[in-house]
Write a protein that binds this ligand. Structure first.
Ligand code: SAH
Ligand code: SF4
Length: 361
């Protein structure tokens, strides 16, 4: 809830008694400071605490299972109030060469948030896509991921906070943009977590009307667009749910977006061994990026069981394949980065999120 919504809730539960407006801000701030039940909010009068305990809840979702990777990644399986399961991940950005030292204090932390349970797009390389679509998350369920990850971080590194967010967990953000917009507004509120929009990245598979909506109505975060192949036919085979938004339309939408939100955007390209790493693929991507302000982020495929492409098991690209592909893009004038592979030890890396409902929790 926003602070004005908490004020409305207070009016609704207090049976006619006037609650001073500053109480809603106090409650908002207390949740940020770690209060997870109303009794901990000692700044509130006892009667109000009792009323709130009878009528309201702070967090509706429960952490069901926790995984800790030796690279500092934490993955939480969360059960939502209707029993749906989602996953959310905390990533520690530690330079690779310091993984074994106690440099955790110098680390900055990124929350990778989900926007849907499952995903309707069905990209063939993504475990979430293979689950099918369950439902959209509510703003509260997006924020609760952040709260539960914060609670985990507090247990291990008291002085650390989560400063960055990537909306790259389960689901397609543009299909649940209103809920995401509200959740991010609340997370950026100066009376709460006070996140900076510049430290938030929203990743989309390329839903054009969503990108256009974001250009006008925000959130004014960074934007990343996933293009597994800039060869249209191959893209359709790899990302079947995106067929309605062909590449020329996507390029035009990105171009319009950049006229409004004068910001460089990232194109994310998952690399699949011997499928999308050839010369033609590089050429098509260079062509797509022409006249746009783009950085390309290569993501070597993270293995997820049982994923096939037209009858053949998917494979990770070889390091030489990645290097060669990056080299071709750079030769074509593109800025290229490669994503760190955090969280693979707990199936918490890109494309590995997908709660198995049949596994013991
Ligand atoms: N639905 C959004 C955000 C979630 S996926 C999107 O598709 O952009 C985040 C990123 O992970 C996307 O760039 C996607 O292409 C990539 N990805 C999906 N499965 C992957 C896998 N198994 N290995 C590596 N990257 C993967
Ligand atoms: Fe959905 Fe993104 Fe996975 Fe595609 S890659 S299935 S859009 S979550």
């Amino acid at each position: 809830m926003t602070i004005p919504e908490i004020a409305e809730e207070l009016d609704a539960v207090s049976a006619g008694e006037k609650i001073p407006p500053y109480r809603s801000k106090q409650i908002f701030t207390q949740i940020k400071q770690g209060a997870r039940n109303f009794r901990e909010m000692t700044c509130l009068p006892k009667d109000l605490i009792k009323t709130l305990e009878n009528h309201s809840i702070i967090i509706g979702s429960k952490p069901k299972k926790k995984y800790f990777d030796k690279d500092g990644t934490i993955k939480l399986v969360m059960e939502l109030s209707d029993g749906a399961l989602i996953e959310t991940v905390l990533l520690a950005s530690i330079p690779e060469n310091k993984l074994k030292t106690d440099s955790l204090k110098k680390t900055h932390y990124t929350a990778c948030l989900s926007t849907q349970a499952g995903c309707p797009i069905g990209c063939i390389f993504c475990k979430t896509g293979s689950m099918g679509f369950i439902r959209n998350l509510k703003p509260s369920e997006i924020i609760e991921q952040f709260l539960l990850l914060t609670d985990e971080l507090r247990k291990t590194s008291k002085d650390c906070r989560i400063s960055n967010v990537v909306v790259m967990g389960m689901g397609e953000p543009m299909l649940n943009l209103n809920a995401l917009r509200k959740a991010l507004e609340i997370l950026c509120d100066p009376a709460g977590f006070c996140l900076s929009k510049r430290k938030i990245t929203v990743s989309t598979v390329g839903i054009c009307y969503g990108i256009a909506d974001m250009a006008i109505n925000g959130p004014e975060t960074k934007l990343a667009v996933s293009i597994a192949s800039a060869r249209e036919k191959l893209r359709e085979r790899l990302m079947p749910g995106i067929i309605k938004y062909p590449l020329p339309q996507l390029k035009e939408t990105i171009s319009q977006y950049q006229k409004k939100q004068k910001r460089r955007i990232t194109i994310e390209t998952v690399l699949l061994r011997e499928i999308n790493t050839g010369q033609e693929d590089a050429r098509a991507l260079i062509d797509f990026c022409l006249n746009l302000d783009i950085a390309v982020n290569l993501i070597p495929w993270n293995p997820a069981e049982e994923l096939y492409f037209e009858g053949k098991k998917l494979r990770q690209p070889t390091p030489e394949e990645v290097k060669k592909f990056a080299g071709m893009l750079e030769k074509g004038g593109l800025t290229v980065t490669q994503r760190y592979r955090r969280g693979r030890g707990v199936s918490g890396a890109c494309g590995q999120l997908g709660t198995q409902l049949d596994s013991p929790l």
